[in-house]
Design a protein around this ligand. Sequence first.
Ligand code: ADP
Ligand code: MG
Length: 259
Amino acid sequence: MSGADVGDGAAGIPPHGDAVLRVEGLRKSFGTTPVLRGIDLEVREHEVVALIGASGSGKSTLLRCITLLESIDDGQIFLRGDDISDPRVDADRVRARMGVVFQQFNLFPHIRVIDNVTLAARRVLRVPRAEAEATALALLERVGLADKAREYPDRLSGGQQQRAAIVRAVATNPEVLLLDEITSALDPELVAEVLDLVRELAAEGTTIVMATHEMEFARDVADRVVFLDAGVVLEQGPAADLFAHPREERTRAFLARFR
Ligand code: ADP
Ligand code: MG
């Protein structure tokens, strides 16, 4: 990490490392409808970036493009300098370098929790079963789910399922954790247990990009907030600044809904 890569402590931005993820000029249309209209985004090591914006602004599409679940029309995506938008890349291997959790249906219903958690390590990274299971059990233990390891996902509450999904996402030591509104489908009383786990991972230095409508959580946990509006990054900045002093009228209007 060179001096130039370190955040400006004076501006209240904690120091961060090198770019883990870089998105340049990303464009994506569905049919004739442009959904991402030239997105530039950089995420540095240990940084927590909250992606906010109205429903339909393109948050999920952006995360799906980054995880290679959607093809892109233009632009480039780099993971630690590797151009992962190159069509020749092995998508499975790229995805094994990222942890991803969606709003719902994260766990495979037909296999036990432990097998969900170890699947990527065993299949993609070729980690021996015993080793993968030991890692998985330690992680499940940490989040209070050790006793659910041998259960099928439908025996877990929604909050437990999302925590198991997060465990699965981090089990391979991903370079970046991508979270897409992971608490949106949960009953309100289950939200905190999931956000607390994200908070812990953030505190440990996990690099995180999270699309979220939990504004209070974003303000508390995110280093930087990126406001997406109709497929462009309209405004971004340190969480405290952006929430206290949004520059753009549309950002103000969006944030006003949460007051
Ligand atoms: P957000 O996550 O911010 O709510 P999305 O990325 O889900 O936004 O959606 C952005 C826009 O792209 C919306 O208008 C949505 O209808 C459209 N869209 C998303 N996925 C598809 C798809 N597979 N086919 C067609 N349109 C889509
Ligand atoms: Mg979405």
